[in-house]
Design a protein around this ligand. Structure first.
Ligand SMILES: C[S@@+](CC[C@H](N)C(=O)[O-])C[C@H]1O[C@@H](n2cnc3c(N)ncnc32)[C@H](O)[C@@H]1O
Length: 267
């Protein structure tokens, strides 16, 4: 997938970007803790078919939405709340030539502007954890058709973090984000109405050199590094972010969750 170029943000705006928006701005395509590995896990769990209507909530730069359209032939609504993400998602969809199958729209995971039971598959990769999780999970299930599936990626604590690592990650890097245990996430999705909840987990490798390389590929990694080196505002942001993220890496992992909405559920 090529990545379309985007307008240049003023330096004070770069400093204010959250880590995920910053990753998008420097051209990172995969912006969730399990990287491409967790997306592939969700794709396998989803068992997409070409006639599936798919909703990708918090789509970021639309990397998964584009893949789902290209590889499985589905029609995808890719939605996000952030103008920075939406602008890049639109450009990437155009560059990938899938504008006829991927529609990019603004939507809030807490109040999706779709009727009940509108989609066969509903995906949210690393989104629920930023908001009221029970409400968000209920909203994902509401727009899923009975017999359909909801798929999500979340952070979880693989082992209890030190107080310092917890404060740095949740207090400084991602303020407001909630990380939970694997069991607690399963309970959240079950409480939202899903059955047959399956979970796979793995380490948080997105920001390790190995994970970065495997998600983005050598050429694209070099392009990202070149972009970062080209602007002091990017370098400053990276220099602030990386050591803080690395403190939390040993404690964090990702889970890929898949649950079914019962066929008997009301539409
Ligand atoms: C960690 S990024 C994940 C992006 C994308 N899903 C991916 O995996 O590459 C989180 C995304 O959730 C979006 N987001 C945060 N709060 C949201 C909300 N209330 N409704 C919709 N999207 C939201 C952010 O703008 C961001 O694009």
């Amino acid at each position: 997938m090529s990545v379309a170029t985007a307008p240049r943000l003023p330096s004070p705006d770069v400093a204010r970007l959250d880590p995920y928006q910053f990753m998008a701005v420097i051209g990172k395509r995969v912006i969730h803790p399990g990287g491409r590995h967790s997306s592939e896990t969700l794709f396998r769990m989803a068992e997409f078919a070409p006639d599936h209507r798919v909703l990708d909530v918090g789509c970021g730069v639309a990397t998964s939405a584009i893949q789902i359209a290209q590889r499985f032939g589905c029609r995808v609504n890719a939605v996000d709340i952030s103008p920075v993400m939406l602008q890049r998602a639109e450009a990437n969809v155009r560059a990938a030539g899938v504008g006829n199958r991927v529609t990019v729209e603004r939507a809030d995971i807490l109040a999706l502007a779709y009727p009940d039971a509108e989609f066969d598959r509903v995906l949210a990769e690393a989104v629920t954890m930023f908001v009221d999780r029970l409400r968000a999970a209920a909203e994902l299930v509401r727009v899923c058709a009975p017999g359909g599936r909801v798929l999500a990626t979340e952070f979880f604590w693989r082992k209890p973090p030190t107080p310092e690592a917890r404060e740095i990650f949740l207090g400084q890097v991602c303020p407001g984000m909630q990380v939970d245990t694997l069991e607690a996430w399963v309970e959240i999705y079950q409480a939202a109405g899903l059955t047959d909840v399956q979970v796979e987990s793995g380490p948080f490798e997105m920001m390790t050199p190995r994970g970065f390389l495997s998600d983005e590929g050598l050429m694209h990694c070099m392009a990202i590094m070149g972009r970062v080196m080209s602007r002091p505002a990017y370098l400053r942001k990276m220099a602030w972010l990386m050591p803080r993220i690395q403190q939390a890496v040993p404690y964090l992992g990702f889970i890929a969750v898949c649950g079914s909405k019962p066929s008997s559920a009301s539409r």
